[in-house]
Design a protein around this ligand. Structure first.
Ligand code: KG4
Ligand code: ZN
Length: 334
């Protein structure tokens, strides 16, 4: 058969990424330009700055990704791009680049959902067996997604306020760590000798939804009260208390969902999938329960274009293409 080469572009937030993926699973190149250093000074992602950086990066990265893959532009089978959700200005840069290229090369265009990308990152490392359950945990999302079959997504649970990564970043800031704070909190939590007692937020007994803003406020209250009383704030104890609460709720709901929907696999994805506390506990519980757990390597967990190429391949197989006048969709449902 003729190989399928998809050039994929991802610019939904603060990472510019371009990849070439062969036959949906073989990553020939996956370039990622992180803007973390730029946004650090502001304590978070500044949308306008993100758009400008994407513009600076994208053209050279497109060229480099194709060169690194060792193929010619005419060999490409399709151009894929994250259509949404995300920051509108950031998405637009990718959408304009991808549509222009598709037009110039006369290649089909495939608009892709960012979360479908995060989930299908798992295809880069394993065969997905349906029905399956995906736990998507990132700076912008906390979703439990049930997949009855390929290409079918049912969001059965979502955060009602902050995303889990966002809560990590805010807690990190409260105990004095720079953006993105998740990795710092993770490290401190695992080193800690004690844990501050914090609530678990379960919501209604049968709900798969999440809520992290109350927990985040509880952390801020503990920190502020100790400071006011002149007591020391033990950062590691705060980090561990917070992480234990987050992990317990995420793992419990994910396992319950796998059971209730009789899923064959649990797929973990999104930037917070890098969290060692979460991986460890999820792994332990899945082993106990006999559930197959799949976690992509770190470079495919955080925002990247290879995952967009993996997701787009499924549409390519069905020759489901997107019109060239495609719009960026900052709010885009799965
Ligand atoms: O998926 P991602 O790269 O971007 C979004 O689409 O949001 O996720 C970034 C988020 C940040 O909030 C970051 O703090 C968090 O993932 N993160 C972590 C860890 N590594 C990254 N959170 C907790 N523990 C980690 N080890
Ligand atoms: Zn993401």
């Amino acid at each position: 058969h003729e190989p399928c080469y998809i050039l994929a572009v991802e610019t939904s937030c603060d990472e510019t990424s371009v990849a070439v993926v062969k036959d949906g699973t073989e990553v020939l190149s996956n370039l990622i330009a992180s803007q973390i250093e730029t946004h650090k000074a502001f304590g978070g992602v500044v949308p306008e700055v993100a758009s400008r950086k994407h513009v600076e990066n994208i053209t050279l990265m497109l060229e480099e990704a194709v060169n690194k893959a060792g193929i010619g532009l005419q060999e490409l089978s399709a151009i894929a791009v994250t259509q949404g959700p995300g920051l509108v200005g950031a998405l637009l840069v990718g959408v304009v680049a991808a549509t222009s290229l598709a037009m110039a090369l006369n290649k089909p265009l495939i608009g892709t959902h960012h979360i479908a990308g995060h989930i299908y990152a798992n295809r880069l490392v394993a065969d997905i067996k349906y029905p399956c359950m995906a736990l998507v945990v990132s700076g912008g999302h906390t979703d439990l997604v049930y997949m009855k079959s390929e290409g079918s997504f049912e969001v059965i649970g979502r955060t009602r306020d902050d995303a889990v990564g966002e809560a990590y970043d805010k807690v990190a800031r409260a105990i004095g760590f720079p953006y993105p704070g998740g990795p710092h909190v993770d490290r401190l939590a695992l080193e800690a000798e004690e844990a501050v007692d914090l609530p678990r937020v379960w919501l209604e007994p049968d709900s798969y939804d999440f809520s992290f803003s109350g927990l985040k406020s509880a952390v801020l209250n503990v920190v502020n009260q100790r400071k006011m009383r002149g007591e020391p704030v033990v950062e590691s104890a705060v980090a561990r208390g917070f992480q234990e609460s987050v992990v317990e709720v995420l793992v419990t709901k994910a396992i319950r969902a796998v059971r209730a929907y009789d899923a064959k696999q649990l797929l973990l994805c999104g930037g917070v999938a890098a969290n060692r506390g979460l991986r460890k506990e999820l792994d332990r519980q899945c082993q106990l329960e006999g559930i197959e757990l799949i976690i992509p390597p770190f470079e495919y967990c955080t925002d990247n274009a290879a995952m967009i190429g993996a997701a787009a391949y499924l549409k390519w197989k069905e020759q489901k293409f997107t019109a060239l006048d495609m719009k960026a969709m900052p709010q885009f449902s799965l």
